[in-house]
Design a protein around this ligand. Structure first.
Ligand code: ACO
Length: 324
């Protein structure tokens, strides 16, 4: 049988870092009141990175991709599939993946975007795994890249303090031994309105509101429930149990969602990769950013069993179990 295995990881944060105090000071100039204390207590976030206005998601993706390719020891020209998970593409079309492919100087393979908001990376990884196992691709770059700062309403303190920009990437290669052990994806479009950017471009104008709207408490309640159930389902598919998880790498939205999920899966927080404090919520980029961070710091070792879990707008959710 043919499997898919992660052979390299990489990530990139734009250099501009804003602590909560710095963001609060900026927001105060337009009469929006918040504090480091509120943000840390409710979310665990201490800082986030914002890309400069001339930097696009494909630029962040390029840095992360180059790092992942180097870690895997392969050249961009060997890549035959690029999937970018993003909700903040460079443009309506072509896809950010095509723009990235050009920047990498690697023409010819398949390239497309996946839009599943904060679940985007687990969606993209599941698709790449399927394409590799069926022989449709051999060496894939799977990236989560976001410039969420572009869609934030800086007059809405309930959302603008939560998000940041960044990118994370993995190289996924065909292998005789598994790698990706099991995947599962879900969506429930009935909850589209609890987390959305309802606007669009039409007739040469912006139609509707192009900024992020969220019902935080509704998202919180749904997230905790689905993260437990999809994790259990993926473990069962792979014939594993909670005790087999070496590292839980959840979408980094909020420390309290991660703590609840860990409690339900009977995992100590020592087994959860947490980067939300320094990254904020980077949507589709958060899981590969956290994965690369844990690889680089030596937390994750070869042979570890990793549970990657995403949840976000759509409403969407999913999990991927990995033998690293
Ligand atoms: N600074 C100061 N005060 C604030 C801020 C802020 N940035 N934002 C809200 N408040 C105030 C509110 O106005 C409210 O004041 P009031 O009581 O006088 O009306 C008070 O704080 C409490 O507001 P709540 O909305 O009840 O706060 P809650 O405890 O629910 O926390 C939060 C809000 C952090 C958004 C929480 O609901 C949450 O974490 N939800 C999950 C959503 C999430 O993480 N989404 C990420 C995207 S989705 C995803 O990635 C899965």
């Amino acid at each position: 049988p043919r499997y898919a295995r992660i052979t390299g990881t990489g990530s990139y944060l734009p250099p501009k870092r804003l602590s909560n105090a710095q963001l609060a000071e900026e927001l105060a100039k337009s009469g929006v009141e918040t504090s480091d204390e509120w943000i840390v207590e409710r979310t665990g976030i201490r800082a986030r990175h914002f890309a400069d206005s001339d930097v696009a998601s494909s630029d962040l993706a390029l840095h992360a991709s180059r790092a992942a390719l180097e870690a895997a020891g392969i050249d961009a020209t060997q890549i035959d599939l690029i999937i970018v998970a993003t909700s903040t593409p460079d443009m309506v079309f072509p896809s950010t993946a095509c723009l990235l492919q050009h920047k990498l100087g690697a023409p010819g393979g398949a390239a497309f975007d996946v839009q599943a908001v904060c679940s985007g990376f687990v969606y993209a990884l599941t698709i790449a795994d399927s394409m590799i196992r069926t022989g449709a691709a051999s060496k894939a770059l799977v990236i989560g890249a976001e410039t969420f700062s572009r869609i934030l309403d800086f007059k809405d303190r309930t959302t603008c303090v939560l998000f940041g920009d960044g990118a994370g990437a993995v190289v996924l290669e065909a292998s005789d031994t598994p790698g990706i052990l099991a995947c599962e994806l879900h969506a429930d479009g009935r909850h589209a309105d609890i987390l959305c950017v309802p606007g669009n471009v039409s007739g040469g104008q912006i139609l509707g509101d192009p900024l992020l709207k969220m019902d935080g408490q509704a998202v919180f309640k749904l997230a905790v429930g689905v993260l437990e159930s999809v994790a259990r389902s993926v473990l069962a598919k792979a014939g594993k149990t909670d005790a087999d998880i070496d590292w839980l790498i959840p979408h980094q939205a909020n420390i309290r969602i991660m703590q609840s999920t860990a409690r339900k899966l009977k995992l100590s927080m020592d087994k959860v990769v947490v980067t939300v404090a320094e990254h904020g919520n980077t949507s589709a980029a958060s899981i590969p950013l956290a994965l690369d961070h844990a690889v680089k710091t030596g937390q994750i070792k070869k042979g570890d069993t990793l549970m990657l879990e995403g949840v976000g707008g759509g409403f969407t959710w999913g999990a991927v179990l990995v033998d690293y």
